[in-house]
Design a protein around this ligand. Structure first.
Ligand code: UDP
Length: 312
């Protein structure tokens, strides 16, 4: 079996490539390295089942040979990144999804879309289940990501309904773990970078907004199960353990010998106030739920970041 993974050198894409090769798949990763890095997959380079090509999937893509699964994971995914690259973010979610679906259709392959909890926007209900249509500001700074992913879901369902492509859609909630970029601007890498540099942790707003953080290998397990299932409608994968950002910063600072102070900074525009997945569906159809608690996941992630930081 052969899979094409777009965004294969990214945080999630590279963990997915690990899992697929471990399961015996041949993997072709495509990445333009705007947010991905070669070092995320350097350990796979000697594996004959793995290849990576530098390619921008927002442009037409031609992949020689048979393909059984196309998994579209390419996109900037940190608010700071997609604010820096609004047009590439829109393009990869829209044109990139269209191209990846076209490839799946041409190869008679299955298609898997990495979608996002951002489809729910700043939600008016919590926890969010898959029936909720969301509360998104289309023209706000986050709209470039949210609307591209909503379009990607619509396009995926259209290919499923009108071209009979065998598709899956996962809505990924906040995920953390090794291979996040220390400078990607998200809460966890920011806090860790700040703590390692002896700087105060920057909590935005009053810190009462919530997120629910899933350890990356739990997420990949859920994704692999969804890939192997026959569910076409969107499925939430995430950890329902909800925590305020202030508590999250506290949890991180306690891992350091000289716990840094916390300072408050303005809340970015349209920052969701709550985010927590309802994973009833994943539990029911995939028999999946996260196993790694926040403390254990933080330890594993901090080990990785300490090593990365000391190499700089
Ligand atoms: N955040 C924060 N300090 C930071 C970075 C982020 O308080 O240095 C907050 C941010 O405002 C948001 C939450 O942490 O409420 C999660 O932000 P992140 O960028 O990790 O991802 P998001 O869930 O917003 O996509």
């Amino acid at each position: 079996m052969r899979a094409v993974v777009t965004g294969g050198a990214g945080f999630l894409g590279s963990h997915l490539c690990d899992r697929l090769t471990a399961e015996g798949w041949d993997v072709l990763a495509l990445d333009n390295l705007v947010t991905g890095v070669d070092s995320n997959v350097s350990h796979l380079m000697k594996n004959p089942k793995f290849r990576i090509l530098r390619a921008d999937v927002s442009n037409y893509m031609d992949v020689p040979g048979p393909v059984d699964y196309v998994l579209h994971f390419a996109s900037p995914a940190s608010p700071v990144d997609y604010l820096k690259m609004p047009i590439p973010t829109l393009k990869v979610g829209a044109l990139g999804t269209h191209n990846a679906l076209g490839l799946a259709r041409a190869k008679n392959a299955k298609f898997f879309l990495a979608s996002t909890s951002e489809c729910y926007g700043d939600p008016e209900v919590s926890p969010q289940n898959e029936e909720y249509w969301g509360h998104v500001n289309p023209i706000g700074p986050r709209g470039v990501y949210d609307e591209a992913k909503r379009f990607a879901e619509a396009m995926t369902m259209a290919y499923h309904r009108y071209h009979n492509v065998d598709t899956r859609i996962v809505r990924i909630f906040n995920t953390y773990g090794p291979r996040m970029r220390l400078n990607d601007g998200r809460a966890l890498p920011n806090f860790v970078f700040q703590a390692l540099s002896g700087m105060p942790l920057t909590v935005y707003g009053d810190g009462k907004q919530t997120r629910s953080f899933c350890y990356v290998l739990d997420l990949i397990e859920g994704i692999y199960r969804l890939m192997m299932s026959d569910e076409h409608l969107p499925t939430n994968i995430g950890n329902p353990q909800e925590i305020t950002l202030l508590d999250f910063a506290e949890r991180i600072r306690k891992h350091f010998d000289n716990p840094p102070p916390i300072v408050f900074k303005p809340l970015p525009q349209d920052d969701p106030k709550r985010r927590c997945p309802d994973i009833t569906k994943a539990k029911r159809i995939l028999k999946w739920e996260p196993k790694v608690g926040l403390e254990e996941g933080l330890k594993l992630t901090l080990d990785y970041f300490r090593k990365t930081f000391s190499k700089k």
